[in-house]
Write a protein that binds this ligand. Sequence first.
Ligand code: ZN
Length: 183
Amino acid sequence: MSNKALIIVDYSFDFIDDSGKLTCGKPGQEIETFITQRIKNYHNQQEIFFLMDLHYENDKFHPESKLFPNHNIHQTPGRELYGEVGRLYNSIKDQMNVHYLDKTRYDSFYGTPLDSLLRERQINDIEIVGVCTDICILHTAVSAYNLGYNITIPIRGVASFNQDGHQWALSHFKNSLGAKVED
Ligand code: ZN
C-alpha cells in the first residue's frame, strides 16, 4: 500500500460551533460525520495529522489581528477539536500514526514540521479536509502543490462561511493545483 496521509485543518469549536468566535456555522457542522469516517478509515494503518490554528490573546503583531476577531486562543475551549472529531481524536491520540501540530498561519506547512514528518514517512499523497475551503485549506493546498505532493480534496470534507469562495477554491484545486476533487 502506498503511503498516504490525512490532514485535518482547523476543526475547532471556534471555527465550527454556532457560538464559535469565527464560525463557519452549518456548512462546517455538516462535514463532521464525513471527517469522522475518513479518520476511522485511516487510523489503523496510515498517518493522520491534525493541524490547529494557534493564537494568543490580543497579539497585535499577528497579521490576522487586523482582519479577524480573536479566535483559537491558546488554552481556551474555543481551540479544542469540535464534536465527534474531538471525541475520536481523544480515543486515538496516543497512537504513533496520529499527530497534532500547532500552526500560526493559514498554511499548514508554514512554520510547522509537517513537510519533514511527511517526507520521513515517504508520503507523497495527502488528503486534506476541514475549514475554511477558501482560506486555510487553500493556502495549505497551494504549499502542498509547490512542495510536490499529490493532493486529494473531498468535496464533502471541506466547508466555508463563504459559499462563493468555497466554490471558487474547489475549481482552483482542480484546475490550477491538479488536485483530485471528489465527492
Ligand atoms: Zn487564525
